[in-house]
Design a protein around this ligand. Sequence first.
Ligand code: HEC
Ligand code: HEC
Length: 298
Amino acid sequence: MGWTLTKISAFVLLIVSAYAYLGQLVPQFEEHAPAKRTISVDTNAEELASIGRELLRGKGGCLVCHKDGETGNERGPDLRQALARAASRKPGMSAEDYLLESLTTPDAFVVTGYPNIMPSALKPPANLTPAEVKAVVSYLQVLGGGEVTMRIASGDLAAGSNARQGVHRGRELMDESACTGCHLVNGEGGTVGPDLTKVAAARTPEEILRKMVNPAAWTTKGFEAGKMPSFEHLPEGERHEIVAYLVGLAGGSYSPTGAASPWSHEGVRLGLVILVFNLGMALALVLARRWEGKGASS
Ligand code: HEC
Ligand code: HEC
């Protein structure tokens, strides 16, 4: 009997390790491309503040100079105290108006002890739209423990200030990463490399991703090898954005999570793992019974 128990325990251990191994194959969390969140007159306070947080940390580039938590820099005041100080910065000016003014016309009031280096959030590099500025102020209000008082008017949305609005993020990344310095894309760019406008019609997303990470993977016929640098350093999500843009140009659609193959979908993988686990348990039970039968007969 003791022997049977040992065998059963060993089997259970084996199954559990197999389960653990399979579980570890399920990707922790695939990198999702940032979904484009749009602001409208109906965006509620909570959502507005959440978009503002994203803008402050991302496109706004505010953490280059400020802190909104443990990360960031100290070239400017800590933004966790911005709301509390805003009410008393300029006599007669509400905290809300002060914050808006700080973002759009930073020169209007320069906090003592700091240099006048802050660029207007409406201009490059941040280049926020008026609606986005209101979203950031909403976040500052939440950060300071206050109420969101910002309301989006339709005028905030008619954003002439943001020249690049509506440009696909993948296209922006291609310009920033200098892909278009060497490649023609939709009629714009260089000619050191092949025209990429329809590249996704001839190449799979996986191939394009591979070429970016390992340009030596292959050499396009008629072009010089070794000219294209590796873009391994680009965050994976950005590489996916570029591919999504190129696939779109060629008339296809691409989901950066890799949902194109059902096997790569997290849910499907998890389902498989559970199935394998249950099959293993069933097998363990059957075998345990057989061992027990043998044990009893001997
Ligand atoms: C290049 C550095 C830099 C960047 C980028 C920058 N700021 Fe500032 N900011 C400062 C400095 C320095 C001050 C203090 C001097 C002043 O008032 O202009 C300041 C002041 C402020 C204030 C007023 C704080 C107070 O205590 O009165 C707010 C609010 C603010 N910034 C928010 C932002 C937000 C939001 C962004 C991103 C859209 C941003 N800043 C980007 C440097 C920067
Ligand atoms: C300094 C110039 C240069 C830059 C920058 C560059 N490439 Fe290239 N790329 C080339 C050259 C030259 C080739 C053709 C020779 C080869 O295959 O290596 C090429 C080939 C390719 C191909 C293969 C096309 C095919 O059908 O065979 C893809 C895809 C590609 N590049 C994508 C990109 C992307 C995306 C970026 C930006 C993230 C980029 N390249 C940046 C020069 C460049």
